[in-house]
Design a protein around this ligand. Structure first.
Ligand code: PLP
Length: 470
C-alpha cells in the first residue's frame, strides 16, 4: 500500500506531514494527541463540487449536508456558508445546529424513530422539512402541529427496493429495512393519501437513501426510476405533485488505494439527465433535486494524529504499533472492518522501501488502539519506516463518522478537533478532561467513602450515643 498516493501526502522541508499548511507534528505537540485535524479547504472543495457539478446540469438543486458524519457547530456553519442546507437526525443534532445559529428554515429533520419531544422541538424552532419515516410519525407531526397552530412541511422517506452497500448492489431483500415506507405493499401510496388529507402537514416531496460508501452510479439512476414511477402513480391516484425529490447521500470516498470512488461530477452526469428524462416521460413537472452527502463532504478532509506508545515485534508473526487512541475515537474498524491508510507524520521524507537510497528499513506493521479489546485495531498491514515510541502516526480520511461516533470507552476523554487552513489552526472542539469524564457521575451517600460521608458519620455517632444511653 502506497500512502504517498493519498490526498494528504504533502510534507514540508523537515519531512513532516502538512495539513492545511500546518505541520502535523507541531499540531500534535501543541494540541496533544489523539487529535482530529480537519482541512477546511478540503471541506469547502467538496461542498463546491456538489453545488457546481449539479448546478451546471440541473435547474433546481439543493445540496444538504448529512450532518451525522461530523456534527459540530463550526462545521455546520462552514458548510452552510458554502450554500448547503443541513440534515439532522436527532434532537441533539438539531440543537447543535440551532445553537450555532444555523437558520432552522434550512434544516431537514430525518430519523426513523423521532420522539414526540423531538418533533415538538423541531416544530418550535421551525425546521424546513420533516423527512417522515412512518405513518405513525405522520400522525404525530400532524397532531403536534395542530396543537401549535402550525402546518408542517413533510417529505416521505420511501424504500425504493434498491440497496447499494459497499461495492455490492442488491435489488431484493432491502424492503426488509427499518428505514422508509415500503412501496410494493401499498404503504407508500397510502401514506401519500393520508399526508394529503391531514390538515396540519403539507407533503412537498419524496425521499430515498440507498446506502453509504457507494461506488457506482447505477443504483442512484435506478432509484430515480423507481421514485419517478411512484411519483407518477401517486399523482394519478391522489393528484400529488412532487415538488422535490431527495435521492439521499452515500457517495463513497477513497479510504485507501483499493477504493476507486466516483466523483460528484460523475454522479451529476448520470443523475441529472436520468431525472429530466423520467419527468418528461411521465409528463411530470421537474422536481427540485436534493442530495444529502455526508461522508464525501468531510471524510477525506480529516486526519487523526496519534502518538506511538509501544512497538511489539513478534518475530515472523506481526509488529503491533500501539498508539494513544483507538476504537473510542474511531470505532469504524471494529464496527465494519473499515480499512484506513496510515503514515508516520514525523518521517514523511524517508525514502521508500524499494528506493536505492533507502537508509532506514521499512516494516509492515499493524496499528493497535489502546482499548481493552483485541478487536481494537486501527490499521492492519501498513508499510512505514520502522516505527519507534514517540513517533507521530497519522490515520487518513477520518473526517466522517469518527468524532461523531466517538465514545468514552475505557474512560478515554474524547480528543480535540482542530480546523486548519493556510497554516492556521483553530480548535473547534476542545479536548475533554478527566474532570469532564466524571462531571455527571453521582454517588449515593451510602456508597461514599467514610472521610467524605458526613451524613453517615453523623448516623454512626447517633447510633453509638443511643447505645450508651441504654
Ligand atoms: C447517513 C445518511 C446520509 C449520508 O450518507 P453518506 O454516506 O455519509 O453520504 C444521507 N441521508 C440519509 C437519510 C442518511 O441516513
Amino acid at each position: 500500500m502506497n500512502y504517498r498516493s493519498n490526498i494528504h501526502s504533502s510534507a514540508n522541508s523537515k519531512g513532516h506531514l502538512t495539513i492545511g499548511g500546518c505541520d502535523a507534528v507541531a499540531l500534535a505537540k501543541r494540541f496533544g494527541t489523539p487529535l482530529y485535524v480537519i482541512d477546511e479547504d478540503a471541506v469547502r472543495r467538496a461542498c463546491r463540487a456538489y453545488v457546481e457539478e449539479f448546478g451546471a446540469r440541473y435547474p433546481n438543486v439543493r445540496v444538504i449536508y448529512a450532518s451525522k458524519a461530523l456534527m459540530v457547530k463550526a462545521i455546520a456553519l462552514l458548510v452552510m456558508e458554502e450554500g448547503l442546507f443541513l440534515d439532522v437526525c436527532s434532537g441533539g443534532e438539531l440543537y447543535t445546529a440551532i445553537s450555532a445559529g444555523c437558520p432552522a428554515d434550512q434544516i431537514y429533520f430525518h430519523g426513523n424513530s423521532k420522539s414526540a419531544a423531538e418533533i415538538a422541538f423541531a416544530l418550535s424552532v421551525g425546521v424546513f422539512r420533516f423527512v417522515v419515516d412512518s405513518l405513525d410519525e405522520l400522525y404525530v407531526i400532524d397532531r403536534l402541529a395542530r396543537s401549535k397552530g402550525l402546518v408542517a412541511n413533510v417529505m416521505l422517506r420511501l424504500t425504493p427496493g434498491i440497496e447499494a452497500h459497499t461495492h455490492e448492489y442488491i435489488k431484493t431483500g432491502q424492503i426488509d429495512s427499518k428505514f422508509g415506507i415500503v412501496i410494493p405493499n401499498g404503504d407508500a401510496l397510502r401514506a401519500v393519501g393520508i399526508a394529503k388529507r391531514l390538515a396540519n402537514v403539507r407533503l412537498t416531496g419524496l425521499h430515498c437513501h440507498i446506502g453509504s460508501q457507494v461506488f457506482e452510479m447505477e443504483p442512484f439512476v435506478d432509484a430515480i426510476d423507481v421514485m419517478m414511477n411512484f411519483a407518477k402513480q401517486a399523482h394519478e391516484a391522489t393528484g400529488f405533485i412532487m415538488e422535490e425529490l431527495d435521492i439521499g447521500g452515500g457517495l463513497g470516498i477513497r479510504y485507501n488505494s483499493k477504493d476507486d470512488p466516483i466523483t460528484a461530477r460523475d454522479l451529476a452526469e448520470a443523475v441529472a439527465p436520468a431525472l429530466i428524462d423520467a419527468a418528461s416521460r411521465h409528463g411530470l413537472p421537474l422536481p427540485s433535486l436534493l442530495l444529502e452527502p455526508g461522508r464525501s463532504i468531510v471524510g477525506e478532509a480529516g486526519t487523526t494524529l496519534y502518538t506511538v506508545n509501544a512497538v511489539k515485534r513478534i518475530e515472523g508473526v506481526r509488529t503491533y504499533v500501539s498508539v494513544d487512541g483507538g476504537m473510542a475515537d474511531n470505532p469504524r474498524i471494529a464496527l465494519y472492518q473499515a480499512e484506513y491508510e496510515a503514515a508516520l507524520a514525523n518521517r514523511m521524507a524517508v525514502p521508500g522501501p524499494s528506493s536505492p537510497g533507502s537508509s532506514e528499513s521499512w516494516e509492515t506493521v499493524s496499528v493497535a488502539g489502546n482499548c481493552c479489546e483485541s478487536g481494537d485495531m486501527l490499521v492492519w498491514d501498513v508499510s512505514m519506516p520502522r516505527p519507534e515510541i514517540g513517533d507521530t502516526l497519522a490515520v487518513f480520511c477520518t473526517g466522517a463518522y469518527n468524532y461523531s461516533m466517538a465514545s468514552n470507552y475505557n474512560r478515554y476523554p474524547r480528543p480535540a478537533v482542530v480546523l486548519v487552513r493556510d497554516g492556521r489552526a483553530d480548535v473547534i472542539v476542545e479536548r475533554e478532561t478527566y474532570a469532564d469524564l466524571t462531571a455527571r457521575d453521582s454517588v449515593p451517600v451510602r456508597l461514599r467513602p467514610a472521610a467524605t460521608r458526613p451524613a453517615a458519620a453523623e448516623l454512626a455517632h447517633r447510633d453509638s450515643a443511643g447505645a450508651q444511653s441504654r
